[in-house]
Ligand binder design. Structure first.
Ligand code: NOJ
Length: 740
């Protein structure tokens, strides 16, 4: 920490000697002409629900820096004219919105995007999203959400890139590159939000500093390194201190250590939430705590507009603190080019372009995970197919959470796709939903489904969760299929006909029994506008599944949090443990051993992180670790992968390590690299990764006289290395070792 402080002093000395940039000159000049009220106005992001006359009056008075949820070039331009032409200094507004996984064209939810393991495609989707949004006046999106989530009960697992820090960091950077420069990205929620106790949203988080830095912070850093123009505070209290008032996060780490100049905005009312948190007695005190922790823009709560001027007059806040915040706001507007081009062209390009729809289809295809296949997929031609289940024809539900602007009318559902593409007049496609929505418990239509099933050659059961069951404040204490879907699967399976289960959900569900019953399982996280088309392509073999789990699938909810990069414990459960029903009655306490497992289940998940099948098979050979010449402790890890089946397909090759000894205990596996590679049938490709000491570093901590010090370092130790198709690494014959 000492070294970091010295470094930041040196950097600021260096900065003060460098000539001023055009941007700095512009901002200094503007700032020097602003009154305190105008500055505070810039720090106000207006609550969209305000009466429009009041809203417009505030804009004309220069009391608004950003408007929220105003959509449409005409509407945004109208308000912009008030800011630019009717205020004293003419500072433009920045129009913000939650454009999370698409604007009009909706792409898979971020958890699904992560299942593609294709960062290039996600970048492309973000770019097209930004273009659609910018055409309607939006210049700032509250995305990407990069909270590493290890608990599927937490509804917001849907909005992030899964459980792994390396994977989330790669997508955080990709999405940021895609959005910008058309619209500003906002990386959120800073920080530790996803570790909420019990998987309940907004709940307390307790995260030791080393874990925070190893697991939760790197995706933020990755987005900022990719140029993210803004950061959003989180709602949770982190080790007792809510983020909006957390000087350590917002200043020590974000500003001093990372040297970020991104704008820091609160989350919706997270400033005034300091009162119910129990940190502040009233909103005025909350405003003081927030400005002291350098929360720069206040979303919705009005605590800055209501109290900052008074706090300055009372000399509790120095106007220089306000200048620092306003500088960030003006900087983002400057970088977005708003001072030069405040207005949006009202001749906007039409949304749902061919390119957007093709990208949405490809991303939905690549994010579907084939979890099981006994050979029924891809479907043969001329089968009599029954589509059933509550998700087979749900234009709105397949779009997923955070869809403000996508229009269900444009959705292609699985039913639409099967009916449209079946040009064979003899083809037999029938649809009997059986359940109207995922929570439906009315089983009276099962008899009709059963009759139709008996006349079919194959049953496609579309099940899962409606969109409203995941996302913000949508946490679940039960991860089973909701409603009567499990009963429906029992009934379908009893017909003896092959059943393909297609899941559309916002999280991994505990579907162990249904996986046993099904002949094949294709799992998707809500796939967006083109979900049905993508599923049709995959089920019929026009596309080959290539998705991989971005989160561990638990067998039962009691296992969570369950994630692949856990510690081994001193008593791992290697042997099949004795489960509750096999313990002899009256068995002495210690006679069944002491290892780490639950009485109802071993520690194994239903499906591990990184897992997914294909319509072909791949063989991994010649795995090698070689030192890089001339670079101490750098290694090239390579492997030859052969497509041994008869379909051209993509494989996601994953690099994992495990540190076997060291200053602190390390996880049993850590993802250090991945590459999604297309390999034609019968051909081989060599994949190479470089492993550097920096990649093997982790955060250490020492307490000296009760004072804690953390630092990043790589231990001198023995490491295991795997190149593998998933985090179990079981299919790889040899474990390779390197010695640092
Ligand atoms: C609250 C959510 O936590 C955040 O993700 C979102 O961007 C804001 N509301 C704005 O809608």
């Amino acid at each position: 920490m000492v070294c970091i402080a010295v470094l930041s002093v040196m950097l600021s000395v260096l900065c003060s000697c460098t000539p001023q940039s055009e941007e700095d000159r512009f901002i200094d000049n503007l700032l020097s002409r602003m009154t305190l009220e105008e500055k505070i106005g810039q720090m106000n992001q207006l609550d969209p629900s305000w009466d429009s006359e009041v809203k417009e009056q505030l804009i004309r008075e220069g009391k608004v820096g950003s408007v929220f949820n105003i959509v449409g070039a005409e509407q945004v331009n109208r308000l912009q004219r008030m800011a630019v032409e009717q205020t004293r200094l003419g500072i433009p507004l920045v129009a913000a919105r939650d454009v999370i996984h698409g604007f009009r064209t909706i792409y898979p939810i971020p958890l699904g995007q992560a299942a593609s393991w294709n960062t290039g495609l996600v970048e492309q989707a973000a770019r097209l999203t930004a273009q659609e949004a910018a055409a309607e006046g939006i210049r700032w999106t509250f995305s990407p959400m990069v909270d590493v989530a290890r608990d599927p009960r937490w509804g917001r697992i849907a909005e992030g890139y899964g459980e792994d820090t390396y994977l989330a960091s790669a997508f955080a950077a990709a999405a940021t590159r895609g959005y910008q420069p058309s619209i500003a990205a906002c990386v959120k929620h800073f920080a530790g939000y996803s570790a909420s106790e019990g998987g309940r949203d907004y709940n307390t988080t307790w995260i030791p500093e080393t874990l925070l830095r190893d697991v939760y912070l790197p995706p933020f850093k990755a987005a900022l390194d990719a140029g993210a123009m803004s950061v959003m505070c989180s709602f949770n209290d982190l080790n007792g201190l809510p983020s909006s008032a957390n000087h350590h996060l917002n200043v020590d780490i974000l500003r001093d250590e990372w040297q970020s100049d991104a704008l820091l905005v609160s989350d919706w009312g997270s400033g005034s939430d300091l009162v119910p948190h129990g940190l502040c007695a009233d909103k005025k005190e909350a405003a003081l705590r927030c400005i002291n922790a350098r929360m720069e823009m206040d979303m919705q709560a009005n605590i800055y507009t209501d109290y900052l001027a008074e706090l300055v007059r009372e000399k509790k806040v120095d106007e220089k603190q306000i200048d620092v915040c306003v500088r960030s706001i003006l900087r983002m507007k400057y970088r977005l080019g708003l001072f030069e081009h405040p207005y949006v062209s009202e001749q906007k390009p039409a949304p749902y372009s061919e390119q957007a729809l093709v990208t949405a289809t490809q991303l939905a295809e690549e994010s579907a995970i084939l979890l099981k296949n006994n050979g029924i997929l891809p479907l043969r031609d001329n089968l009599r197919i029954l589509l059933c289940g509550p998700m087979a024809d749900q234009p709105k539900e397949q779009l997923g959470t955070w869809v403000f602007d996508g229009e269900p009318d444009h959705s292609v559902t699985p039913l639409n796709a099967f009916l449209t593409h079946t040009d064979n007049p003899d083809a037999h496609i029938r649809m009997v939903a059986g359940l109207s929505y995922s929570r439906d418990r009315n089983t009276t239509r099962f008899a009709e489904v059963e009759r139709a099933a008996r006349e079919a050659d194959v049953i496609l059961f579309f099940c899962g969760e409606e969109a409203i069951l995941s996302g913000e404040a949508r946490c679940r204490a039960d991860l089973n299929l909701p409603g009567a879907q499990a009963e429906m699967m029992d009934m379908l399976s009893a017909t003896g006909k092959p059943v393909v289960m297609v899941v559309m959900a916002g999280r991994p569900l505990t579907i162990g029994k249904q996986v046993e019953q099904a002949d094949a399982v294709l799992y998707t996280f809500h796939g967006g506008t083109m979900a049905g088309q993508a599923l049709y392509n995959l089920l019929t073999g026009k596309a080959v599944p290539s998705g991989r789990t971005p989160v561990t699938f638990p067998k039962m909810v009691g296992q969570v949090p369950l994630y692949y990069n856990r510690h081994n414990t001193g008593r791992p459960s290697y042997d099949p443990p004795m489960l509750i029903d096999s313990i002899p009655v009256g068995c002495p306490q210690f006679s069944i051993g002491q290892s780490s497992y639950w009485l109802e289940t071993p520690t194994e998940p239903l499906f591990p992180f990184g897992y997914g099948l294909s319509y072909t098979t791949f063989m991994y050979n010649d795995i090698e670790v070689l030192p890089v010449e001339g670079q101490a402790n750098h290694y090239t890890v390579s492997c030859c992968i052969t497509n041994t089946g008869d379909r051209d397909a993509s494989e996601t090759v994953q690099l994992y390590t495990r540190q076997l000894s060291g200053d602190l205990v390390r996880p049993i596996r850590e993802l250090k690299g991945f590459e999604k590679i297309h390999i034609p049938a019968g051909e081989s490709r060599t994949v190479r990764f470089t492993l550097t000491p920096e990649q093997l570093a982790y955060w250490h901590e020492r307490k000296d006289n009760c004072e804690s010090r953390v630092w990043l370092a790589t231990d001198t130790a023995l490491f295991q290395v795997w190149i593998a198709p998933d985090s179990r690494c079981a299919t790889v014959p040899d474990t390779l070792r390197i010695n640092l």
